[in-house]
Design a protein around this ligand. Structure first.
Ligand SMILES: Cc1cc2nc3c(=O)[nH]c(=O)nc-3n(C[C@H](O)[C@H](O)[C@H](O)COP(=O)(O)OP(=O)(O)OC[C@H]3O[C@@H](n4cnc5c(N)ncnc54)[C@H](O)[C@@H]3O)c2cc1C
Length: 482
């Protein structure tokens, strides 16, 4: 039986998922509860939205759901803007169905008014937002919480098991795995969602428009009714990188659910065997862009996998990726202040990098050559082309792609910086805690020492020359050949 929204289960989950960002008082005269949607782009199975509905209904005040898109986020491009806006259209349509007030404000220019959410917050009883450590969300939210005149709460809807269950950075997959396993079944129990009971009146709607317009004339986009051509025209007017085009993978919650359902029925039963086969188009789920933008919940994916009746090995292998590896990455980013810096790596890695800093690298490439996939290595080039053209790299070549940069750059720091640059510039699933987890893993995080080789030191080596033992390299290179 699903838990009701006012149940102890929901209250306990929210306690473990919520971080009070500023300890400020609630604003008693606040006209509404404000949910500032940042990284969880859905209204279903969204813990921040649930908390906002609970609060609004308890107070008998309306709920305002606000999403904004600025040109200033890291690696802002047509690719990300398009994925976000196409998804927002569906969120707006879902909001209309549910009778929820949802507004989407696009800030085209860098110099345009950037304080819309501040002005909305100035009229709110409390602001609830998404807890997300990467993509600039953490920094933006912390600055906002300092400025805001009321309490700001950040709520984790990304993890299946509340990230607040683990107070310190976990040491490795093997340490978080049993803890997650003990909590997972209970944490993913379904909840019967509710909608706000007090409607946003036409008068409030108009005054919200006035508040949005105050600082320079911005207005909510009529996103629910915009065509793809309208969305592309709006994006063309934004001060972002127009050289990284949208991907063909469809965006939005319906596409996320359809991808998940298709994978569960067609791919899950051979996941353990096929997940390393990078030449197979459907060996893995392709869910990472949807999970990154919160268009589907990890818990929904786990529940669907559990219900599929797939062989135990396949179900286990897949659920491990969606929970252990994904939530280990989230845990690392939430609990480690400089999560993307070499200085955060364990002492043995610092020592090995010091010892091998002067080792001669077999070949050095500049960033432009790497970005253009013009190295001597056909497999690496194919992985880079997969990234640039599709917005993701299959996990196995992605590890090789990352590790190889240790051999081709002047320093570990340059390898780190260029991995982040290339990944986050082109990946639709980029700027995610998983981006950090994957890249830092290439540099040795969560691993043990692996001997002592030139350049690698104790870092686990992986070279493209041995990849043909794992998957059909020739077929992969044909798929993403130049
Ligand atoms: C250098 C490098 C960079 C990476 N950058 C990203 C990134 O920007 N965004 C991203 O989401 N993942 C990243 N990963 C992790 C992994 O490659 C992708 O999550 C996975 O390939 C996505 O494909 P899928 O959805 O088909 O995965 P599936 O195999 O179908 O797995 C389902 C889900 O489990 C999670 N998952 C799978 N593998 C991993 C993993 N190794 N670590 C953490 N979670 C995992 C993802 O959420 C994924 O969508 C990176 C890995 C490396 C080595």
């Amino acid at each position: 039986m699903p838990h009701p929204l006012d149940s102890d289960f929901v209250r306990d989950q929210l306690v473990a998922r919520t971080v009070d960002l500023n300890g400020k008082a609630y604003r008693p005269e606040g006209e509404y509860v404000l949910y500032w949607m940042q990284s969880t782009h859905r209204l279903d199975e969204n813990w921040a939205f649930r908390a906002a509905v609970r609060t609004a209904n308890r107070l008998q005040r309306p709920l305002v759901v606000h999403q904004g898109l600025d040109p200033t986020y890291p690696h802002a491009s047509d690719r990300h803007h398009d994925f976000i806006l196409q998804g927002a259209r569906e969120t707006a349509q879902r909001a209309e169905t549910l009778g929820v007030h949802y507004q989407f404000v696009l800030r085209p220019g860098r110099d345009d008014d950037r304080r819309v959410v501040d002005r909305l917050a100035a009229r709110a009883y409390v602001v609830l937002t998404d807890l997300f450590p990467t993509a600039g969300v953490r920094e933006r939210t912390a600055r906002f919480a300092e400025r805001a005149g009321c309490r700001v709460l950040a709520i984790d809807s990304s993890c299946s098991v509340p990230s607040g269950s683990f107070r310190t950075a976990e040491y490795a997959a093997r340490t978080i795995r049993p803890k997650l396993a003990a909590l997972l079944d209970h944490a993913i129990e379904p909840v019967t969602d509710e909608v706000p009971r007090v409607a946003v009146t036409e008068a409030l709607r108009q005054s919200l428009r006035a508040t949005i317009a105050e600082g320079g004339g911005l207005a909510p986009l009529p996103i629910a009714t915009m065509t793809t051509a309208d969305i592309r025209a709006a994006i063309a007017g934004c001060a972002i990188d127009h050289t990284v085009p949208p991907v063909s993978q469809p965006s939005g919650r319906a596409a996320a659910l359809a991808h998940c359902a298709r994978f569960i029925t067609q791919g899950l039963h051979r996941y353990a065997a096929d997940r390393a086969e990078a030449s197979a188009p459907d060996g893995t789920s392709h869910l990472s862009p949807y999970l990154h933008y919160g268009m589907i919940a990890g818990a929904e994916v786990v529940r669907a996998a559990r219900a599929a009746g797939a062989p135990a090995d396949d179900e286990y292998a897949f659920v491990q990726q969606v929970t252990t590896w994904r939530e280990l990455s989230f845990n690392w980013c939430v609990r480690t202040p400089a999560f993307d810096q070499l200085a955060s790596l364990p002492a043995w890695l610092q020592a090995t990098m010091r010892d091998h800093a002067q080792d001669t690298r077999p070949v050095l490439y500049d960033l432009a050559t790497l970005e253009a996939a013009e190295t001597h290595d056909a497999l690496w080039n194919a992985a880079q082309r997969e990234l640039v053209t599709t917005g993701v790299i299959h996990n196995y070549p992605r590890m090789l792609w990352g590790k190889t940069l240790l051999l081709w750059t002047e320093s570990y720091e340059q390898a780190r910086a260029w991995m982040f640059h290339l990944n986050d510039k082109y990946a639709t699933d980029g700027r995610d805690p998983n981006s950090v987890g994957g890249i830092m893993w290439c540099l040795g995080l969560w691993d043990r020492p692996w001997g002592n080789k030139p350049v690698w030191g104790g870092i686990r080596p992986m070279v493209t020359a041995r990849a043909r033992l794992k998957f059909d390299v020739a077929a992969y290179c044909r798929r993403f050949g130049g």
